[in-house]
Write a protein that binds this ligand. Structure first.
Ligand code: ADP
Ligand code: MG
Length: 332
């Protein structure tokens, strides 16, 4: 029903290109792991290697402690949900969901019972006799999920499964996906390039860049305590101020040498790490906060992005004495 996944020194070459560069990753049974990174960073390649759709150039994949070398995709304890979830249009939802079970020789009555159970799990009870064209995009995606879970994989692999949905539906499906994963306890490995989606659903986020793991940890840790500049920037907006020997463009700063990284929402008039007086250049109301561009008087060419309280209304050109209440210093 659930199994851990060990990825050991997995490298994938396509000609002279390195799609994966010595990736090591231990996924615990029942964990919801999200592979996050920009297009081309190797997410799909890694997912395909776990699912058995590609053999790595070198390295090993173990599922439930069993080495998967030479094990075909159909013989692995995994199923995959793709972005274009391709339901069979001429089949009912029950037939779609029961398809994998039919391939495994399960009798019709048992298949239909399992399909009904799976459709209920994804909130589509009573729709077994419908056909895919009668459903909305979000409902079709849920049928694809039910179909993948019907064969009771130990590990479910999802490659940008919500990519085709509009933003509002995607956010709703994220909550459902997480709830379903909790209910079934199956290990989920989910690929996305959307950092908000990753934070919404993951137990742990694996940030990838150029075929390598750039950071790994629970959402809070990766967002607030990123371990690399790439991860800091990919997880959200960040102000970067280089510091050498305690000196910076803003003046002296009592932090170690490196790049001082401050999230926009970590800057306020009361922050302990004083950044000095800053002129307000531009403001935009974003509903939950006021986004401002400010320039430190000590470094007028430097622009900092600051999220002020919703009710703040500083005049353009006015000067705020700002500080950072949270920050990290990373290697350049
Ligand atoms: P992602 O899913 O993160 O967008 P991919 O894993 O699809 O990235 O691709 C990683 C890199 O490997 C890219 O540079 C891509 O062009 C390359 N690549 C992927 N599959 C192949 C292939 N079958 N042949 C050649 N290059 C490939
Ligand atoms: Mg991809």
């Amino acid at each position: 029903m659930t199994a851990g996944v060990s990825i050991r020194a997995v490298t994938q070459r396509y000609g002279s290109a390195l799609a994966l560069d010595g990736v090591d990753l231990e996924i615990t049974a029942g964990e919801f792991v999200v592979l996050l990174g920009p297009s081309g960073c190797g997410k799909t390649t890694l997912l395909n290697i776990i699912g058995g759709f590609a053999e790595p150039t070198s390295g090993a994949v173990l599922i439930g402690g069993r080495d998967m070398a030479g094990v075909a995709a159909k013989d692995r304890p995994t199923t995959t949900v793709f972005q274009d979830y391709a339901l069979f249009p001429h089949m009912t939802l029950a037939e779609n969901v029961g398809f994998g079970l039919r391939m495994r020789g399960m009798a019709k009555a048992a298949r239909d019972a399992k399909a009904a159970e799976m459709l209920a799990l994804v909130g589509l009870e009573g729709r077994a006799a419908r056909r895919p064209h009668e459903l909305s995009g979000g409902q079709r995606q849920r049928v694809a999920l039910a179909r993948a879970l019907a064969v009771e994989p130990d590990v479910l692999l999802l490659d940008e499964p919500l990519g085709a949905l509009d933003l509002k539906l995607r956010r709703a499906m994220q909550d459902e996906l997480k709830a379903i994963q909790r209910r079934v306890g199956t290990t989920f490995v989910h690929v996305t390039h959307d950092q908000e989606e990753a934070m919404a659903i993951a137990d742990r986020i694996v940030v990838m860049n150029g075929g390598k793991i750039a950071d790994i940890g629970p959402p809070r840790e990766v967002y607030l305590r990123p371990k690399s500049l790439f991860s800091a920037g990919f997880m959200g907006e960040v102000n970067k101020v280089p510091v050498v020997g305690g000196k910076s463009a803003l003046g002296p700063l009592a932090v170690p040498d490196g790049v001082l990284c401050i999230r926009p929402e970590a800057i306020s008039e009361s922050g302990a790490l004083r950044l000095g007086p800053c002129r307000v250049e531009e403001t935009t109301f974003f509903g939950t906060y006021l986004r401002a561009h400010v320039s430190p008087l000590a470094a007028p060419d430097l622009r900092l992005v600051v999220h002020l309280a919703q009710g703040a209304a500083p005049e353009l050109g006015s000067v705020l004495d700002l500080g950072a209440q949270d920050f990290v210093v990373l290697e350049a």
